[in-house]
Design a protein around this ligand. Structure first.
Ligand SMILES: NC(=O)c1ccc[n+]([C@@H]2O[C@H](COP(=O)([O-])OP(=O)(O)OC[C@H]3O[C@@H](n4cnc5c(N)ncnc54)[C@H](O)[C@@H]3O)[C@@H](O)[C@H]2O)c1
Length: 355
């Protein structure tokens, strides 16, 4: 029996592959078309997944009335124009992270979503890990009280993908802030309850990437001299509710990490917790007993990149809210943009225009 929602993928490179199992697993969706600027990629994809419609023209997807959902997996700089065009053509859109590399572009995407009445979701797969879901649930039940401070980091020792999609500003819009900063920052803000950021002090520099023999162990390749983003950033963020956050991100750092070190601590009035271990700490002040407990059963229900597609399909089919609303991605990008502005201006910068 054919499934009710027809999906088209735009950009069938690396990450698109991890979305496919989700569209296949969903009771609501089937992938009927794919598009890429490279004809050879389209042909390979059609062959691998047995998809009848393949094209190098985005318009073929946008003006196909059969298609309900567009899944955008292209380089960052094309996210906003493609998303806006797809929403204006009446499609629901799930778009890879970052939703777009600037707050202005995300505001344009929110406007397009509102005028189309369609759904828009950012593919932030870390929210769909079993331990993220378990920690979120515990926090929502009050385990931390009011969260007033967080520390989070995503650090790689020699880990960047040395292709133009990632290391050229023109395509990526930025370095590790935009590539992996969006992951840890999105997760941190979500677990904090998405307080509104108001000010950022940050640095974003490239102290290691231009070393004569700099290399990436990700693909065991030298880093091209055309690298033009930051390789390291750090920031202090203030929120409207007086909470604070210390953030560190890097692709290249003399730091102990087999692949990458991604962690977070949240501190609240009733307790603290660590992600990804799902450890909760607290004190019973009446008995002066300190406790430490770990949540049980934090296994992944499904590979998280696939699960985010399953959840978006469900939101569209059952008219539920977007599982990752664009307003929350606007908060993330406003902070990252604030880091770049603070680096340029050498001082704390204010964040405005998020409402
Ligand atoms: N969530 C994650 O874990 C994760 C991991 C990797 C990448 N990503 C994101 O996914 C996106 C793509 O990254 P990737 O690693 O798959 O890159 P990639 O270079 O492997 O694939 C991108 C594909 O898009 C195609 N393309 C480029 N511009 C296009 C356009 N205008 N129209 C149609 N096709 C176009 C390219 O030909 C290529 O096949 C990026 O935004 C990246 O940040 C997310």
């Amino acid at each position: 029996m054919s499934k009710p929602l027809k999906v088209a993928m735009i950009g069938v490179g690396g990450i698109a592959k991890s979305h496919m199992p989700g569209w296949l697993a969903s009771e609501y969706t089937e992938v009927v078309a794919c598009c890429d600027v490279r004809a050879d990629s389209v042909a390979r994809w059609q062959d691998e997944f047995d998809i009848s419609v393949g094209t190098t023209e985005v318009a073929d997807i946008l003006y196909d009335p059969e298609i309900d959902i567009v899944d955008i997996c292209t380089p960052n700089r094309s996210h906003a124009p493609l998303t806006i065009a797809a929403l204006d053509a009446g499609k629901h859109v799930i778009c890879e992270k970052p939703l777009a590399p600037t707050p202005e572009e995300i505001r344009g995407m929110i406007n397009a979503r509102d005028r189309s009445g369609k759904k828009l979701m950012t593919a932030q797969h870390f929210r769909f890990h079993g331990n993220s879901q378990a920690v979120k649930q515990e926090i929502e039940q009050g385990a931390l009280g009011e969260v007033y401070h967080a520390r989070s980091w995503m650090l790689r020792r020699n880990g960047l993908i040395p292709t133009p999609t990632f290391i050229h500003q023109e395509l990526s819009g930025g370095g590790p802030c935009i590539d992996i900063g969006v992951h840890i920052l999105d997760l941190t803000l979500w677990l904090m309850g998405n307080p509104q950021p108001v000010a950022v002090t940050g640095v974003a520099r490239a102290p290691l990437a231009h070393h004569a023999n700099a290399f990436s162990s990700w693909q065991d390749e030298p880093i091209p001299t055309s690298f033009d983003t930051e390789d390291f950033a750090a920031a202090f963020v203030r929120f409207e509710n007086e909470a604070t956050l210390i953030l560190e991100v890097s692709w290249l750092l003399h730091h102990e990490a087999e692949v990458e070190d991604m962690q977070m601590w949240l501190y609240g009035t009733e307790g603290g917790c660590h992600w990804p271990s799902a450890v909760f700490l607290g004190t019973n002040y009446a008995t002066r007993q300190q406790y430490k407990r770990m949540l049980q059963s934090t296994k992944d229900r499904m590979e998280p990149h696939a699960l985010e597609c399953v959840e978006f399909a469900r939101a569209v089919a059952e008219d539920l809210p977007s599982p990752v609303p664009a307003e929350q991605s606007l908060q993330v990008m406003s902070i990252l943009d604030g880091i770049y502005r603070s680096q340029r201006e050498g001082r704390e910068v204010r964040i405005t225009g998020n409402r």
